[in-house]
Design a binder for this molecule. Structure first.
Ligand SMILES: [Mn+2]
Length: 327
């Protein structure tokens, strides 16, 4: 992870100075990092006495995200032309406005992006901190917080530890180059974050039906590319039966990636009659973001996703074909 530079901190400070009001927004279907980064930025604005609204299109489906829903509104409030001119939009854990969902008109707002997705491109000007070496957007927010506000209090530490824990798979995804990530974590724990409780929070509380759904998904799994690729799917019927109260695809990826010879895992879900979403995970050198980009999606080297028109029967062979090029 790269440490945030003085000029990045200055560009963020200047953006805040330039506006009287702020909208903070992250990607729809928020995860722990998205929530953590959104709230983290709000603490910085609170400290600087700048008014803000925290927006997320939801839904807050994951059990660990539910307690945070009350801090978010689902749409950007109505603004007059003058309000728009004075308002700064801060996008966290996301670089594509498409992924914000139906939050309202963001086009006229001066924008600053804080993100760590590999497929992020960044805007033409310098109003962004985009660093794919950062394991979580919350790490970037933590460094901004410490630079602008100072030492973390317990509330900020708890919130930011949530993002770090989520996006690192509770530190499982980190490698030998991440000593400075553990230094950030150490400061969070010093300020009161509790790793044991956090692990419980991000892994526990899953409804029983999600375990049944996991069984169905595993039963649907098939191997391709000489056993290097596993593909599973969820039909609308499966969702109806077991998937109403949330899902736990992470558990599925873990189960399959720990299987001998498997290098990549695909999970495709029929969301509506005409559209699917797919998640990709991989080990080590296999870059699944390449496949995700091919289908108009994005993400990280070892974890990406996409959303696309189509049916399972036709989409799965297309995905397998793309994977056969990289496996
Ligand atoms: Mn993230």
């Amino acid at each position: 992870m790269k440490i945030i530079t003085a000029s990045q901190i200055d560009s963020f400070k200047n953006f805040i100075k330039a506006h009287n009001n702020f909208i903070i927004v992250g990607h729809k279907d928020p995860d722990g990092d998205c929530i953590s980064s959104s709230l983290g930025v709000s603490y910085i604005l609170e400290y600087l006495n700048k008014p803000f609204t925290i927006v997320n299109n939801g839904p807050f489906k994951r059990p660990e995200t539910k307690e945070y829903e009350k801090f978010f509104t689902s749409e950007i409030p109505f603004m007059s032309k003058q309000d728009q001119d004075e308002t700064g939009l801060i996008i966290v854990d996301c670089s594509e406005k498409m992924r914000l969902g139906e939050v309202g008109d963001t086009e006229y707002l001066d924008t600053f992006i804080i993100d760590h997705h590999k497929t992020s491109t960044g805007s033409e000007d310098s109003k962004c901190i985009i660093d794919s070496s950062s394991p979580a957007a919350s790490c970037l927010v933590q460094m901004l917080y410490e630079a602008i506000v100072g030492p973390l209090d317990k509330k900020a530490a708890d919130t930011l530890f949530f993002g770090l824990s989520t996006d690192t798979g509770f530190f499982r995804f980190l490698r030998e180059d991440s000593a400075n990530v553990f230094e950030l974590a150490a400061r969070l724990v010093t300020a009161g974050a509790n790793p044991n409780k956090m692990y419980d929070k991000i892994t526990g509380g899953k409804p029983y039906s999600t375990r049944k759904l996991l069984g169905t998904t595993i039963a649907h799994a098939e191997r391709y590319c000489n056993g290097k690729l596993v593909v599973a799917y969820e039909t609308m019927e499966d969702t109806k039966r077991y998937g109403q109260e949330g899902r736990d695809s992470d558990m599925f990826y873990q189960a399959m990636l720990s299987c001998e010879g498997v290098e990549a895992v695909v999970f495709v879900r029929q969301e509506t009659e005409h559209s699917c979403t797919a998640g990709f995970r991989s080990r080590d050198a296999i870059d699944v973001s390449v496949v995700a980009s091919h289908f108009g999606g994005g993400g990280h080297k070892n974890a990406s996703g996409m959303s696309r028109d189509g049916k399972l029967e036709t989409l799965i062979p297309e995905i397998v074909k793309e994977f056969s090029k990289i496996l």
